[in-house]
Design a protein around this ligand. Structure first.
Ligand SMILES: Nc1ncnc2c1ncn2[C@@H]1O[C@H](COP(=O)(O)OP(=O)(O)O)[C@@H](O)[C@H]1O
Ligand SMILES: [Mg+2]
Length: 364
């Protein structure tokens, strides 16, 4: 699905704006604060049903307004679709496809797929484990409805289990017999769902690794080697992953009671990026870190394409800054290999960019 038209009425700093994306490669430019990032955020709202920047729905309602409304017209050449996300404090959030309201906003996932890069993510994602997990979760959820269901159920079970652990922590006797029994069904479900989630993540990562290395290799100097490692689980199949999590829970039970929450499971796992075998976030330069994340995003797009037989739209917010001219040239070449790209830049497009993109001047 490619996006052909976008209407924000209103959203963030836009009271009303209508943009047409006739070309497949579009570069939006305009000065800082004009709303470029907001436009990409709005587009990705239509694919994941929430802010890709992690903002609350209320925060993207324009100041002084009480709702936001994002509409797009998408097409895959054969079929046209209208996708819409509306939110107001009073009515809550609603998603529509072709004017039909979806029973739940999360059912929007998979209708129109995007991959979003933003420079803020570079430090966030590469420095904080929770953000790295989110990276994987958003990716897999867009190509697997089952994953989203596992996640929702896992977090429900986790909340229940944490509740019991907190209660045990408060009581002076730790877990008494009845509580240990009460814990068992939660343990069993946590093990089951946790193993499912980990298997999905490991499989996704295994598929993502090859394109990631390929793209990073195209940007990097010879001898620069990047890797991605999943930390937290080693098992290769469901049975092994279940056994591993069951064993870990048993081993850390005492400690969990002392702390009052669940210490192992996919919610604590991590994704490590390394450059020449050093942790990327410690060792790499700003430009290298940016290249790591861009390569990951490009690989994400290839992964989604493989999973769904459709290419997602690449949304690249200010991806060109901080990169040297060699890397910018390579990025432009690579983007030419993708079906649709919506990128932003605070500078006037240069001749090379003008050759690759149709520009949209936000000042007009
Ligand atoms: N909820 C909101 N209501 C009104 N304006 C907002 C809201 N959220 C952000 N803005 C404004 O949007 C502008 C930033 O837009 P942004 O897309 O980040 O700009 P840039 O073109 O630099 O990427 C800021 O001026 C900010 O005040
Ligand atoms: Mg911006």
């Amino acid at each position: 699905m490619r996006i052909r038209e976008l209407t924000l009425r209103p959203f963030r700093n836009f009271t009303a704006i209508h943009l047409g994306f006739a070309a497949d490669h579009v570069l939006i430019f305009g000065p800082n604060g004009r709303g470029k990032s907001n436009i990409l955020e709005a587009i990705s709202y239509l694919s994941i049903g929430k802010s890709v920047r992690g903002a609350k729905d209320q925060q993207v309602v324009p100041h002084g307004e009480d709702f936001f409304d994002i509409r797009a017209f998408c097409s895959d050449g054969r079929r046209d679709q209208q996708v819409r996300v509306f939110y107001s404090k009073k009515e809550g959030k609603k998603a529509f496809v072709d004017a039909t309201p979806l029973p739940r906003v999360s059912e929007l996932l998979g209708t129109f797929r995007t991959v979003h890069f933003s420079p803020e993510d570079v430090s966030l994602v590469l420095r904080f484990p929770a953000q790295r997990r989110r990276l994987l979760d958003i990716l897999i959820a867009q190509s697997s409805a089952a994953y989203l269901r596992y996640m929702q159920r896992y977090y429900r079970v986790l909340a229940q289990r944490n509740h019991l652990l907190r209660t045990a922590k408060k009581s002076r006797h730790g877990l008494v017999d009845g509580q240990i029994q009460a814990m068992e069904p939660w343990d069993a479900q946590l093990v089951d769902l946790g193993a499912q989630l980990r298997l999905c993540r490991l499989e996704a990562l295994n598929r993502l690794r090859a394109p990631f290395l390929r793209y990073y290799g195209r940007f990097a100097l010879a001898g620069e080697e990047a890797t991605i490692v999943y930390q937290g689980a080693k098992g290769q199949d469901l049975e092994a992953l279940r056994a591993e999590l069951r064993e870990a829970l048993g081993r850390r039970r005492e400690q969990e009671i002392k702390m009052g929450f669940t210490l192992c499971g996919p919610h604590r796992d991590d994704l490590k990026f390394t450059l020449n075998e050093e942790p990327a976030e410690v060792y790499a330069s700003e430009g290298q870190l940016r290249t790591v994340l861009i390569s990951w995003k490009l690989a994400e797009a290839r992964y989604m394409e493989e999973q769904t037989s459709r290419q997602p739209v690449l949304l690249l917010d200010d991806a060109f800054s901080e990169l040297d001219s060699g890397r910018i040239g390579e990025l432009l070449d690579i983007l030419g290999e993708f079906e649709q790209v919506v990128a932003t830049t605070p500078q006037e497009p240069n001749t090379r960019q003008e050759a690759c993109f149709e520009s949209i001047d936000l000042q007009k």
